[in-house]
Ligand binder design. Structure first.
Ligand code: RRO
Length: 305
């Protein structure tokens, strides 16, 4: 059998394979984006950027827990204007579709941010409406009205694909996905991290300087798989899975739940950039062993019960 086809098309963007990095992991500088591109990903996503620069939270910002990491980075970013030149430089090096992740503290800021970036030759945008611990951002994805306004504003600012990264902390993930689709989103990213916290026994206080954080890694996977499954049942736009993907088996689980592509984050911290080539070769071998010529044949199969 010829090698199985791993190419995917996401809202009209062609990816040579279904692997992306999760926003926030190695996506803040042109140097780190170039390193990611060399690791064999199909497309890249930047760290979330907003209208104004932010220093992020003081240390400690990350703590390891059984089953994952809890981070409270606090949206460190140089602000849109400074970030533009970083993105331009990255685009000259990477030769892969690049999505810029944007966040805002009000629905209107999403449209403004996307408009200010719209001249860049990027593949599209990921709207982060789901940071679980920076006050104001997650609330946008948590309110149907604010979510609708944010997505509509971004939609009016660009004709390029818009993905909306939703939170697993919502009462109804499916309902939020539906609102995002209705407002003009081209895809859903499922999911951001789970709001969480860790107490320092010696100091008798929250361990992270930002107090609350987001849980990522293996413990997030069943939660995010559930979100992908629910979104796949609800919307017609593609779903991108994100949460606890370390191996090809994890990726296959996401495809079966309904993801068309997947994002890898925490695993990079544990397994390095080789994790991407490992997952790709495992995926190819799996499809070949199953006699499947194209990855798309796996997408959503778990729904045929
Ligand atoms: O920067 C962060 O602290 C952060 C963000 Br913006 C996010 O969306 N999710 C997360 O776990 N951390």
């Amino acid at each position: 059998m010829v090698k199985p086809c791993l190419q995917v098309e996401l809202a009209g963007v062609k990816l040579e394979n279904p692997l992306m990095n999760a926003s926030g992991i190695l996506g803040l500088t042109s140097y780190s984006l170039a390193r990611l591109a060399e690791a064999g990903l199909g497309a890249l996503v930047t760290k979330s950027v907003g209208l104004k620069p932010r220093p992020g939270s003081p240390n400690p910002t990350v703590v390891e827990v059984p089953g994952g990491l809890v981070n409270s980075m606090g949206l460190p970013n140089p602000g849109l204007e400074a970030f533009k030149s970083e993105v331009e430089e990255a685009l000259s090096k990477i030769g892969k579709p690049l999505f810029v992740s944007v966040f805002g503290f009000s629905p209107g800021e999403y449209g403004e941010a996307v408009r200010k970036l719209s001249r860049l030759p990027v593949a599209g945008f990921e709207l982060n409406v789901s940071c679980p611990h920076v006050g104001g951002v997650g609330e946008i994805g948590g309110s149907p009205e604010a979510l609708r306004e944010a997505v509509k504003g971004a939609r009016a600012s660009t004709g390029k694909p818009l993905f909306v990264k939703l939170s697993p902390n919502l009462t109804s993930f499916a309902e939020a996905a539906r609102v995002a689709e209705e407002a003009g989103a081209d895809g859903i990213v499922a999911t951001n991290t789970v709001r969480s916290m860790v107490i320092d026994l010696e100091a008798e206080r929250p361990l992270l300087a930002g107090v609350y954080g987001g849980l990522s890694g293996a413990a997030l996977k069943p939660v995010a798989i559930r979100c992908v499954y629910e979104a796949y049942e609800t919307v017609k736009i593609p779903v991108v899975g994100c949460g606890g993907i370390f191996t090809w088996r994890d990726a296959v689980e996401y495809f079966m739940a309904g993801a068309s592509a997947v994002q890898v984050g925490t695993a990079i911290a544990y397994r390095g950039l080789e994790v991407f080539r490992d997952i790709l070769s495992g995926l190819s071998a799996y499809l070949e062993a199953k006699g499947l010529d194209d990855l798309s044949r796996l997408v959503g199969v778990a729904h045929k019960r």
